[in-house]
Design a binder for this molecule. Structure first.
Ligand code: ADP
Ligand code: MG
Length: 260
């Protein structure tokens, strides 16, 4: 068969290591593929190497060993600016510019790419609707928004130039449970329409099960297992089982209350 872009993983890690200048290894031996249109979740406790792994995709970090390929091309080859513009990035506290309006924040990349003011304006309007925000919020500043609204703006900004890849680093982690639930639901319906290749970082099994087409479990800088949600739930891997047990303990303790 002809090799074509369709057969190449959108993101591929080949035996990737990342080591700090002082010699401390943050991740090691990571092999991972993300296929077009899937939501690959990186699940692991705090400090397990999830953010480091994510930053290797858009070359905020470069591997100390092995290589990371995006559409078949190692991230160390080619233009890093172009690479970053083809990848949307959403982080927990969003990183909106506080002195820019919502409209300017969302229009950041289109402006850099030289779009006309008119085109930027209509794109911002479209994006606000896409993330379920009133278009009259465009003239507000980040501090005039709720946490949930700010995260939506962060998602809109990441989608502005229609990148094929979206990296999301605990984007809903700081939100209250109800708002988080709503944003998860909206993410699912948005992803159904947009079909991006998403790498989504979380430490929350419930979120991983709900959003992930596959779950990549990390521990101490290593990839432990990569499983679809239904397999994760009955995995014999001790760490995966521990996650499921912790999750079940939480729901059972509530169910048993008042019984004993
Ligand atoms: N620049 C750095 N200098 C020193 N330690 C770091 C640096 N970046 C990350 N670490 C450490 O590496 C480990 C993995 O970090 P990280 O990838 O951010 O984990 P996670 O996102 O899973 O919480 C953590 O112990 C973290 O403290
Ligand atoms: Mg992190």
């Amino acid at each position: 068969m002809e090799p074509s872009l369709a057969n190449i993983p959108v993101i591929e890690f080949r035996d990737v290591a990342y080591t700090l200048p002082n010699g401390q290894g943050l991740i090691e031996g990571v092999n991972l593929k993300a296929q077009r249109g899937e939501t690959l979740v990186l699940l692991g406790r705090s400090g397990s190497g999830k953010t480091t792994t994510l930053k290797l995709v858009n070359r905020l970090l470069t591997p100390s060993g092995g290589e990371v390929r995006v559409n078949g091309v190692p991230t160390t080859e080619g233009d890093v600016i172009r690479l970053r513009r083809s990848i949307g990035y959403v982080i927990q506290d969003v990183g909106l510019f506080p002195h820019f309006t919502v409209e300017r924040n969302i229009g950041l990349v289109p402006r850099i790419e030289g779009w006309t003011a008119e085109r930027i304006y209509s794109r911002v309007e479209e994006l606000l609707q896409m993330v379920s925000l009133e278009t009259n919020l465009a003239s507000r500043y980040p501090h005039q928004l709720s946490g949930g609204q700010r995260q939506r703006v962060g998602v809109a900004r990441a989608l502005a130039a229609d990148p094929a890849i979206l990296l999301m680093d605990e984007p809903f982690g700081a939100l209250d449970a109800l708002t988080r639930n709503q944003l998860q639901r909206e993410f699912l319906s948005l992803q159904q329409r947009l079909n991006k290749t998403v790498v989504f970082v979380t430490h929350d099994l419930r979120e991983a099960l709900r959003l992930g087409s596959r779950i990549a479990l990390m521990e101490a800088g290593k990839l432990v297992a990569v499983l679809p949600p239904e397999d994760f739930l009955r995995s014999s891997d001790p760490l995966a089982a521990a996650y499921v047990q912790a999750f079940t303990d939480g729901t059972e303790s509530v169910a048993n209350r008042g019984v004993s």
